[in-house]
Design a protein. Structure first.
Length: 491
């Protein structure tokens, strides 16, 4: 199958969160299964060094209101993969310090930037004659693509029968813009109505993706069910309910070339399920030393690597820090985002020297070292479409403690006596989302770590030896693509 996968971020080029890992991981898995895959993303010049941009293979021009805007199409590849990567190079839009936000504010022209990107990719597919069977768009940044496919592209000879798939990575981001931005989509005014592109008077790109795609997916089965309810649907639960069985939840996989403790070049010593020590111990000791925590193998070290937003459950952690430090515990935080949470973490580090470390920033290497060096991983997210860090933790023998929601519920099985006995337990999960339930879960973990090391080791082994790779999920995406093709062909 020929697949065009369009994403606003992808590792190793540009990343703010899990979408970047998923875009590349899925694209690589599909390519290695023999499909012809092109992955397209913007050429963020300040994130992608010139030598990593490949070569120019073409140019496109898109009418954006009164002006025609050009972009170069650069093509590069990834080592040891047949995947092709297109970088859409338009410096006015993409030569910026960040991807979406600067100094706490979204770029004012984000709708223009990503509508241009979406349209430029489709134009490039046409000009360069890469005629895909499936165009797979992700999140609001590319939400207009399914609408263009259905309303315009499919009417052309070249793209007749092309199927569209839209994946929701996070319902919290709608891509909501003033109604006059509709003009930037190149689509007719008649589509700006409450059943299609409009939501509370605004142009809504998430809703657009959902309503026009042949198949809609989200990144875990539990989140697929949750978003059909008002608590999680962010206003679009009714729209999602209308999708019926065209909405499918597929748990993200892990790119085992990037996140694998047996091979990871970013950690001080590699290890695996059948040779945990001395590697894991060395990773812990190094982390404690490098972050100026007390070097103490018996202290239980908790890690957390995250975007600092309301989503991630910091409101359960911060007020309970005093209680959490009652035991022989240490905490390592790495994150960036909301200035309020950045401040909060800095403050914890100052108040608890040697016990709490907080690094504000985005550091790939440190993220790997925390996954490897910590004993347990905190992910008490209020909601979590999938979550990758709990899966990385499972693979790295770092026991996750999570709120039982979305993809966390699908990957972390609580260490109840029954689950331990039947060999399914992989971590600790709590519900409801309350400080009491959270603390109880943490104390269960501390109790097991300190007094029942046999159970702890068994828990860790189950997580480390389960298949978290993309193989399984990529096969599920193929089934979705086939269904999208059938729907695209039906009148
Ligand atoms: P989300 O996409 O909601 O942020 P995920 O768990 O799916 O959550 O993915 C987050 C990804 O981003 C992980 O690969 C994680 O390691 C990475 N990440 C988040 N914050 C940072 C940071 N400050 N430094 C390095 N990596 C980070
Ligand atoms: C989003 C979600 C996260 C998910 C990631 C990749 O950022 O918040 O849960 O893992 O997308 O799909």
């Amino acid at each position: 199958m020929r697949i065009l996968l369009v994403s606003s971020e992808a590792v190793p080029f540009a990343k703010t969160g899990g979408l970047a890992d998923v875009a590349t991981g899925l694209a690589k898995a599909l390519a290695s299964d023999g499909h012809e895959v092109v992955l397209a993303l913007p050429c963020y010049r300040r994130h992608i060094p010139e030598e990593g941009r490949g070569e120019k293979i073409g140019q496109v021009e898109v009418q954006m209101r009164m002006k025609r805007v050009r972009a170069d199409i650069l093509e590069t590849d990834l080592p040891e993969s047949s995947l092709r990567v297109w970088l859409i190079d338009q410096p006015n839009y993409f030569d910026r310090a960040s991807l979406y936000v600067e100094g706490g504010f979204d770029y004012a022209d984000n709708s223009e930037r990503f509508l241009f990107f979406s349209r430029a990719v489709l134009e490039a597919a046409h000009n360069l004659y890469f005629l895909p069977h499936i165009i797979h768009a992700n999140d609001w940044q590319t939400g207009v693509i399914p609408a263009i496919v259905r309303e315009q592209l499919r009417q052309t000879v070249d793209f007749n029968g092309v199927g569209s798939v839209f994946t929701i990575h996070n319902m919290a981001f709608h891509g909501s813009f003033p109604p006059w931005d509709l003009e930037l989509t190149g689509l007719p005014q008649k589509l700006f109505n409450w059943r299609q592109m409009e939501f509370y008077g605004q142009l809504d790109l998430l809703k657009t993706g959902i309503t026009f795609a042949d198949m809609v997916t989200t990144v875990s089965p539990t989140y697929a069910r949750e978003i059909c309810r008002s608590e999680f649907g962010c206003g679009l639960d009714a729209v999602l309910n209308e999708c019926g069985d065209h909405l499918v939840g597929i748990l993200n996989g892990v790119d085992m070339d990037a996140w694998n403790p047996e091979l990871d070049p970013l950690i001080p010593k590699t290890y695996g399920a059948d040779h945990l020590q001395p590697g894991k111990g060395i990773c812990k000791e190094t982390l404690q030393r490098e972050l100026e925590l007390e070097v103490n193998p018996s202290a239980m070290l908790f890690g957390m690597v995250t975007r600092l937003t309301d989503q991630k459950g910091l409101d359960l952690i911060a007020p309970n820090m005093e209680a959490l430090l009652q035991g022989n515990t240490q905490f390592v935080f790495l994150g960036t985002g909301d200035p309020h949470y950045e401040e909060l973490l800095r403050d914890l580090e100052i108040r608890y020297p040697g016990r709490v470390s907080a690094t504000i920033g985005f550091h790939e290497k440190l993220a790997h070292r925390i996954e490897a060096g910590a004993d347990a991983y905190l992910m008490p997210s209020r909601f979590e479409p999938c979550g990758l860090n709990q899966q990385y933790s499972l693979l790295y023998g770092t026991v996750p403690i999570v709120h039982r929601t979305g993809g966390l519920a699908d990957s972390v099985i609580d260490a109840t006596p029954e689950n331990l006995a039947n060999g399914t337990a992989t971590g600790f999960s709590f519900t409801p989302y309350t400080p009491a339930a959270f603390l109880e879960s943490v104390w269960s973990a501390v109790g097991m770590f300190q007094h029942r090391q046999d159970d702890w080791q068994r828990l860790l082994q189950i997580g480390m030896t389960r298949d978290w790779s993309w193989n399984r999920s990529a096969r599920e995406y193929m089934r979705v693509y086939e269904r999208a093709l059938e729907r695209a062909k039906s009148p």
